[in-house]
Design a binder for this molecule. Structure first.
Ligand SMILES: NC(=O)c1ccc[n+]([C@@H]2O[C@H](COP(=O)([O-])OP(=O)(O)OC[C@H]3O[C@@H](n4cnc5c(N)ncnc54)[C@H](O)[C@@H]3O)[C@@H](O)[C@H]2O)c1
Length: 288
């Protein structure tokens, strides 16, 4: 099917960025959040980012205004009834996502594609919850979605070929680069990345080196643009724990087990960039 309108569930780090990318590429987008405060907060970050791009000349004033006009917010799932593609980007929590797919199965039009941005959870479970398994696909964007072009396209055994075709064509239309992956926890990138980040955290935990030096060594020695601890802060330490818990549960391998230091930081509300601090301090950069 041809996709003309997009719905996004969740206006957090990923949902807000995905909505912005879709609106910037010409799609009317409805973003749904759990309550008005979170919706306003998520949309404000998107508006500020678009305004910064316009100020810096990365976006003409006209394109900036058009992107803003295409973005609409709602706290009602029913607002997604007219969307041809719905991208779910809520917290990495299976019961929550299952409920959303169940609801989407009831409210969306029969041909709509229902996509999840999950990093590690079973797409097949979400497909089953929707009662429309043929229409369900994983579209795993990367953080920040406005800058990173990769989308892992995840299919379950029930995803229909026409769903895959339309979803891939959609990704092309928003200038993303796609790779196809089977429904396995962590797909390609997180399966490689999570153990790498966890080794860095364990080194920091045991005092092998400072967080600064671990990241500096990775950047200069491996030619990575960002160190593993700064990457953890960017992902969100709570999200990282949720992702790795489901990978550990599935694979049972200790390399996917969240280090104690990471869990402690999450308990203390040190979630990385989004809370102003994690392995590094971002308190002077709050707001998006
Ligand atoms: N953070 C990353 O680097 C990253 C990268 C790729 C994929 N992901 C995946 O994207 C998804 C979202 O992650 P995030 O980092 O944006 O999390 P986040 O915590 O920044 O945002 C999640 C948002 O979902 C909202 N939400 C929760 N339940 C909801 C509901 N029932 N209806 C509407 N909104 C609801 C929350 O209010 C919150 O604003 C997760 O599945 C995560 O694994 C994250």
């Amino acid at each position: 099917m041809t996709i003309s309108t997009v719905g996004v569930v969740g206006a957090g780090i990923m949902g807000g960025g995905i909505a912005q990318v879709c609106a910037s590429h010409g799609y009317p987008v409805v973003v749904v959040e759990i309550d008005r405060d979170r919706l306003d907060h998520g949309l404000k970050i998107v508006h500020d980012r678009l305004a910064r791009d316009a100020e810096r000349g990365r976006l003409t004033q006209e394109r900036h205004e058009r992107a803003l006009r295409r973005l609409e917010g709602s706290t009602e799932m029913a607002s997604l009834a007219g969307a041809d593609l719905v991208i779910e980007a809520v917290s990495e929590d299976l019961p929550v996502k299952r409920r959303i797919f169940d609801e989407l199965g009831d409210i969306s039009n029969a041909d709509a594609i229902l996509a999840s941005n999950t990093s590690s959870l079973s797409l097949s479970e979400l497909a089953a919850a929707s009662n429309r398994p043929a229409n369900v696909i994983g579209l795993h964007f990367f953080n920040p979605p406005t800058a990173l072009r990769l989308v892992e396209v995840i299919t379950s055994g029930s995803t229909a070929p026409k769903t895959i075709e339309s979803a891939m064509a959609f990704c092309d239309s928003i200038d993303r680069l796609t790779v196809r992956v089977k429904d396995t926890p962590g797909f390609i990138v997180n399966r490689l990345l999570v153990p790498f980040i966890f080794d860095a955290i364990r080194m920091a935990e045991s005092g092998t080196a400072t967080a600064e030096d671990i990241d500096q060594a990775s950047k200069v020695g491996l030619n990575h643009s960002m160190g593993p601890l700064a990457t953890a802060d960017l992902i969100g330490l709570d999200t990282l724990v949720q992702i790795s818990d489901s990978m550990f549960e599935e694979y049972g391998e200790p390399r996917f087990k969240a280090p104690t230091l990471l869990r402690r930081m999450v308990s203390l509300g040190q979630l990385g960039r989004k809370s102003g601090g994690g392995f590094f301090d971002y308190s002077s950069q709050q707001g998006g």
